[in-house]
Write a protein that binds this ligand. Structure first.
Ligand SMILES: Cc1cc2nc3c(=O)[nH]c(=O)nc-3n(C[C@H](O)[C@H](O)[C@H](O)COP(=O)(O)OP(=O)(O)OC[C@H]3O[C@@H](n4cnc5c(N)ncnc54)[C@H](O)[C@@H]3O)c2cc1C
Length: 380
């Protein structure tokens, strides 16, 4: 086996690094960190200019026609550099759902606008009382002639305060089993019945709680069939469930290795052992995700490989972050933007960031359940 990705992929990696070197000045990084919002206009325009914004879409649809390996290299580098990509990634994920299940107007107007970087879409699935069991959504959509009236609340609606539309999961039918009574909509976030309130996570990331009070939308805002929301939703979540945090782990290691050299502790056997252990896990995490890409290229449907990549990468990042934080000692407590912090506070930031990664895009318990039931054939 040859695990190298080839000259073309490495050239692409180099090109992305140059783009991010230019974009991510200290000022830009401080601005992103202070706002807690993973979005930046320069990032969006640069990604569009290079053709990487919806890189794996065909050229005729507005992408760059990147093959799965090239697209993976783009994702690896964006993650390793902590690029402000969340709003764009979610918007292109929604664009994919709209292409597959949306109306002609969504396909001809909203999708191109997302690909031009003019429209931001956010995900409104989770509710205050249901996240993992997303099919239990209680936000109610009631039909009123050619319209629907929506009432309820959504939790962790990241970027809703800067977004244009929320891809909303609602309960449209209470007479049937929970998976059969869901309908999805694309709802404009400037509707007067929508209120967005800030929620800040431990890593400083800004997300939101969104209240919907008598929000009235035309039936034309519906995505997919009435009560067919579960099918629409599950096709959208495949990419999320194979998210990988290996690039963030590699970034953490780069910072801790640089710290070890700067402080002259690189010869210390304890330092070497801890870094070595985390390096080995980073390699496994990287390869688990690369296996998903290889399967895509070989035309093999993914099963539990996505959840395995997500589970292992997020847990190894969390493990390594805590172990290496401990290794750096009390100095590691000094945070990002503190000029006296080791490695400009990135070790501390990555420690806080790591904790959320085992929650979003499917918690570790949920990923383990999928692996146990679908992969190992264990009973419910
Ligand atoms: C920073 C951040 C950003 C997010 N952004 C978005 C977004 O933009 N849009 C959106 O819709 N959502 C978003 N989420 C929500 C995220 O998807 C949910 O937090 C996640 O699905 C977990 O749901 P929950 O928080 O309701 O926890 P719960 O589902 O209540 O889970 C609580 C605990 O119970 C465990 N648990 C739950 N069910 C089971 C089970 N059956 N078996 C074993 N253990 C179980 C979970 O693993 C967890 O440890 C975001 C979350 C975070 C933290």
């Amino acid at each position: 086996m040859d695990f190298r990705l080839g000259d073309e992929a490495e050239q692409l990696r180099h090109d992305i690094q140059l783009f991010l070197d230019d974009l991510l000045t200290d000022d830009v990084e401080a601005e992103i960190y202070r706002s807690g919002v993973s979005h930046h206009p320069g990032y969006v325009s640069g990604m569009i200019e290079h053709g990487w914004f919806a890189g794996n879409w065909s050229k005729e649809l507005g992408g760059a026609g990147l093959d799965p390996t090239s697209q993976m290299v783009v994702q690896e580098e964006l993650g390793r550099r902590e690029a402000p990509m969340n709003a764009s990634s979610v918007s292109t994920m929604v664009a994919k759902a709209l292409r597959a299940h949306g109306t002609d107007q969504m396909r001809s107007e909203i999708v191109p606008s997302i690909l031009r970087g003019e429209t931001i879409c956010v995900l409104g699935f989770t509710e205050p009382e249901c996240g993992s069991d997303v099919a239990n959504a209680q936000t109610r959509a009631v039909r009123d002639g050619d319209h629907w009236v929506i009432n309820g609340s959504k939790m962790f609606t990241t970027n809703a305060h800067i977004g244009d539309y929320v891809y909303l999961l609602t309960r449209s039918n209470v007479e049937v089993s929970k998976h059969r009574g869901l309908t999805t909509f694309l709802v404009p976030l400037d509707d007067p019945g929508i209120e967005v309130q800030a929620v800040y996570t431990l890593s400083g990331e800004r997300t939101n709680i969104v209240y919907l009070n008598d929000v009235r939308v035309a039936d034309a805002a519906r995505i997919g069939e009435v009560d067919g929301g579960w099918q629409v939703l599950t096709s959208s979540l495949v990419d999320e469930q194979s998210a990988s945090f290996a690039p963030w782990l590699i970034r953490l290691l780069e910072e801790v290795e640089a710290w070890a050299v700067e402080t002259g502790r690189h010869d210390d056997p304890d330092v070497q052992e801890r870094i070595g252990r985390a390096r080995a896990e980073a390699e496994v995490a990287l390869l688990l995700r690369r296996r998903c890409t290889w399967m895509d290229e070989a035309g093999i449907p993914r099963g539990i490989e996505g959840p395995m990549a997500k589970l292992f990468s997020s847990e190894s990042l969390t493990r390594a972050a805590q172990d290496l934080f401990d290794l750096v000692g009390p100095d590691a407590l000094r945070s990002f933007l503190d000029p006296t912090a080791p490695r400009a506070g990135r070790i501390e930031y990555l420690m806080r960031f790591s904790l959320g990664t085992t929650i979003y895009a499917g918690t570790s318990e949920v990923q383990r359940t999928m692996i146990a039931q679908r992969g190992l054939g264990l009973p419910r």
